[in-house]
Each structure stands twice: as C-alpha cells, then as structure tokens.
Design a protein around this ligand. Structure first.
Ligand code: FAD
Ligand code: MLT
Ligand code: ZN
Length: 506
C-alpha cells in the first residue's frame, strides 16, 4: 500500500538560488578568453565618444560603466564563464534598442544580448569586451486576450511575473522552469527554453504566436501577430526562436497561454531502477492520457546532493530513483479516478515502491522546489560541468553509468531530467576546474551522444560552451546554411560573437 506521507513543510526551507551573489575577488571565475583560449575578433574598441552617444540615447543611469556595477553582468549563473565588458546598456523601448544597434553596427562594436542571465551555456555573458544589452527594463505587459489566450509583452518580462499575471485571468504560461523567478520571456524565446511541462504544452516554436525583433543594423522586424494561423510566406519568427541572440534581438513577444487547470495533482515516487522508471512512464501515458503534464526523474545522487546542499527534507525515504509526475485536468473526480488506477497498477507491478500524492499548493510547491533546486546542487562546493542531451529513451540513463565508470572519485555524476521529452541533464561535479578533466569529458560525451543519434543540446542551447561540438548534432550542409543566414542578417557579426556558430565547419 502506498504511504501517503505528510510533508513536514517546516523542514523544507525555501532558498533563493538567485539571491544576488556577492562577488568577492577570491571567488571570481577565470576569464573565458583565457580559460578556453579564444582570440578576440576584429571589432571596434569602445571609447568615451561611444559612451557619450549611448548616454544621449538612454538616460545616464541606464548606462553602466563602473567596474563593480558591470561585474555581475559579466559572470554566468553557473560560474563557468566570465567576460570583460566595460559597458551595460539598459534600454526601455524598441526605438532605443534600434538606435543602439544601428550605431554599434556602423562602428563594428560587438553586443551581447542579456535577459535574466540564467542561461547555462555561457551565451548570456560576453567573452571579451562586448557591450551588454540588458532587457530588464523592457518589462511591460502590452495586452492579454482572455478568450484566445494571446499575451503580448516586452522581452524583459520575468516569466514568473507573467505567470502570476495570466493566472488572474484564468490562464497559465505555456512554459515553466526552475529559473522562472529571474529568466525573461525574451531569453526564453531566444533559447527556445523547454522546461518542466513541455510534455504537455509543447515547445515555444508552437506557443509563440509572433514577435518583434531588431536586426543587427537596427531594422525593427515586426512579426508581432497574435493569430493562430498565418501562412503568409516564410515563418520568420522561428529564426529568432532558439537563435540565442545571434540573428537579432527580441524586443516583444506574443504567446499563447493555455487555460488554468481546474485540478492539479503531483506525485513523488521512489523507484527501484531506471528500467522501472520507463515502465512507469509508459503506464502514465496510457492511464493518464491527456492530463499528464510532467514526468520528471532524478537519481538518488541528484536528490541527496540537493537535499544536502539546501538543507531540504525528502518527503519519502531514500530510493535509487525518484519520479515526479504531475497532472493538469479540468475535472477533479475524473482526474482522481485516473490517478488512482495508475497508482494501483504501479504499486501492484512493484514499479512504485513508496510515494506521496498531493493536491495541496504548498506541498506541491515544496516537492517541485526539490526538483528545481537540483541545478544548483554542488555549485557551492565545487565546479559543475553541465550536459543537457537528448537520447533515445532506451539509452537515456546509460550515459550516467558510462561516466561514473570513467570518472570515479573525485567526480560526482548526477543524472536527472525530463524523461517525457527524452532529455537528460548530467552534472559532473569536481572539486575544481581543470583542463585535464575537461579533456576527459569533452568530446567523449558528445561522441557517445552522437553514436546513438542523440542531440548534444536538448534545451539549453549551444551558447559559448558548445559551438566546437555542434557538428556532432548538425550536418555540414545545415551548418553552412546557418552561416549564410548569419551573414545575411548580421553581416558584421556584431550580435553575440563567439556563440552558437563554429569558426570552421568541418
Ligand atoms: P539569458 O540567460 O540572459 O540569455 C540566454 C541566451 O539568450 C543568451 O544567448 C542571450 O544572448 C540570449 N538572449 C537573452 N535575451 C535576449 C533577447 N531579448 N533577444 C535576443 N537574445 C536574447 N532551460 C530550459 O530550457 N529548461 C529548464 O528547465 C531550465 N531550467 C533552469 C533552471 C535553473 C535553476 C537555471 C539557472 C536555468 C535553467 N534553464 C532551463 C536555463 C535558462 O534558464 C533558460 O535558458 C532561460 O530561457 C534563459 O532565459 P534568460 O532570460 O535568463 O536568458
Ligand atoms: C532543469 O531541468 O533543472 C534545468 O534544465 C537546469 C539544469 O540542467 O540543471
Ligand atoms: Zn531541464
């Protein structure tokens, strides 16, 4: 019989993984250019006339030049990368963005677009002295159509704020991720972020109805439609979704918001083996059908490290694997009936060893909080190599075993992710960064992924950390077409240089 364990909420402290880090010099990451041996490209060098120009376009307080003010914008969330920018610009309008880009294009000044700076592949921070174009002040909601669910807003709106807003209108945002308190919709669109409910609500290529973007030369491209159907020529919005700020900057987004589910339940289960996790997933799909909204898994190492790092309590006992399953439905009685059939079968077949199921908001939040905190586990005590790959489900967890064999002590290898999307995250945590460990991991991991037809980046993107490996997942002809597009849309290459595209296509 499944034990419905009461979660001791008082033991589950909510930590804020985004609390502004105090950057003392002892903890500053090495410069990316030195760490990864990158040569600066021939861009213009910023001078005081440029800064004066930007001050004339923006008010002075939106032009940051003090080293201590600029520092946080140079360092990524996972502290793998550090740039050397001397200037952060904070536009408030599309017209300001357009003026900035047009000027930078003329002077060949490189730009690094930045949203909430929660990206995990070094795409959101400069490598050398690129100017940081930060969207935090472009945070207005423009319109919401309660009937169609079309939300139109500026790129700098924080995902969680948007979700809170649309919930008051009986809607939800079609994506949710652990970084929701900081990441911005423009960043989400630019990375084609996946998240926890992609299984149910699909990816942003489906939900984004339209957008406004500014090209490198300052031209404003208006594709800000809210229509569900619009087959008038090329679907240009898709060029900006997932291109990580290399083809243009996103200034406004129109997005479809699904209806707020009337009944929500969350299950957290202990499972004996990964094989059983897959069997449970298959059962969940057939028993729960359209109400299944998330199916996530984490191995014991991921969960134990998270509980230890953030002093959280596990709602159930220790098991080799954990599954987090969520349902979004419209009829509580109907959903409960389905869930109860699924649970009975799962327990009878020995797939669920223990677990807790709840519809209480606080308890659900606390369970989600454990899952969402895995990203930050180990960050304080070591250096995290983060991998985010798509694999056929039959090979989903095998790579974790392979890596554990290859890296015994002192590395710790955690496997967790979005089973429903075939996307596993593998964190390899070592006491400190070294080139030797990097060489042992890369390209080994990418070769293993390519062997089974996987993708080296399922949802985080290519950013700065992976252009040299993109060929493991993209064919030469596709890479050449990507280069042609880049040349046509950003001929001077000022938008997010050193990111996404490899220098040489092999
Ligand atoms: P940033 O990190 O600032 O930028 C990301 C990229 O987009 C950069 O290349 C940047 O140049 C570009 N960019 C940002 N804004 C714009 C713009 N307006 N126009 C053009 N380019 C722009 N990702 C997932 O996919 N799924 C997850 O489940 C997930 N969970 C996460 C959990 C945690 C705790 C953390 C820290 C990160 C997680 N991420 C996840 C990664 C990250 O949050 C997402 O990639 C997110 O979409 C980035 O948004 P951002 O606003 O922080 O963008
Ligand atoms: C997640 O699913 O938690 C995120 O993609 C972040 C991570 O990889 O840790
Ligand atoms: Zn993820």
């Amino acid at each position: 019989m499944i034990k419905l364990i009461t979660i001791l909420t008082s033991n589950v402290k909510r930590i804020n993984v985004f609390s502004q880090a105090k950057y003392s010099t002892t903890f500053l990451p090495q410069f990316s250019s030195e760490k990864y041996d990158v040569k600066r490209k021939k861009f213009g060098v910023l001078n005081s006339t440029d800064v004066d120009y930007f001050k004339s376009v923006l008010s002075e307080d939106r032009v940051l030049t003090e080293e201590s003010d600029v520092l946080p914008f140079n360092i990524d969330w996972i502290k793998n990368c550090r740039g050397q920018s001397q200037l952060v610009l904070k536009p408030k309008t599309t017209e300001e963005v357009s003026q900035i880009l047009s000027y930078c294009n003329e002077k060949h000044l490189a730009i690094c677009p930045q949203g909430g700076n929660t990206g995990l592949v070094g795409g959101s921070v400069p490598v050398f002295d690129e100017i940081v174009l930060n969207f935090g002040l472009m945070n207005n909601i423009i319109s919401l159509d309660d009937i169609s669910g079309a939300l139109v807003c500026e790129a700098g709106c924080v995902l969680e704020n948007l979700d809170n807003y649309v919930r008051d209108h009986n809607l939800i945002m079609p994506l949710d991720l652990g970084a929701k308190g900081s990441c911005q919709i423009g960043g989400n669109v630019s990375t084609n972020a996946g998240g926890l409910r992609l299984l149910r609500y699909g990816n942003l290529h489906g939900s984004v109805l339209g957008l406004e973007a500014v090209k490198a030369d300052g031209t404003v491209v208006n594709c800000l439609r809210t229509l569900k159907k619009d087959n008038t020529g090329y679907h240009l919005k898709h060029l900006f979704i997932g291109s990580e700020g290399t083809l243009g900057v996103v200034t406004k987004v129109a997005i479809h918001c699904p209806v707020l589910p009337k009944s929500v339940s969350l299950g957290y289960f202990g499972v004996e083996s990964f094989e059983n996790v897959l069997k449970l997933y298959q059962n969940a799909k057939s028993s729960l059908g359209e109400i299944l909204s998330a199916f996530e898994m984490a191995d014991n190492d991921s969960i134990s490290a998270t509980l230890d790092s953030f002093k959280l309590a596990n709602p159930i006992a220790e098991y080799p694997f954990y599954v987090l399953l969520e349902t979004h439905g419209s009829n509580e009685a109907h959903d409960n009936e389905k869930l109860s059939r699924f649970l009975t079968q799962g327990m009878e077949r020995g797939l669920i060893l223990d677990g807790t199921v709840t519809s209480e908001l606080t308890k659900m939040k606390n369970i989600w909080h454990i899952r969402e905190s895995i990203a930050g586990a180990g960050l304080a005590g070591g250096y995290v190599f983060k991998y985010d790959v798509s694999l056929p489900l039959s090979r989903y967890y095998a790579l974790v075993h392979t890596l554990r064999e290859r890296f015994s002590h002192p590395a710790r290898v955690y496997g967790y992710g979005h089973v429903g999307d075939g996307n596993i995250h593998i964190n390899v945590i070592v006491p400190e960064y070294s080139k030797e460990i990097t060489a042992k991991l890369e390209p080994f991991i990418f070769e293993e992924v390519a062997k089974v037809g996987g993708s080296i980046s399922a949802e985080h993107g290519i950013g700065f950390r992976k252009p040299q490996f993109i060929h493991y997942s993209k064919d030469k002809t596709a890479l050449n077409l990507m280069k042609d597009l880049k040349k046509s849309m950003d001929p001077n290459g000022i938008l997010n240089p050193y990111k996404v595209l490899p220098d040489v296509v092999t």
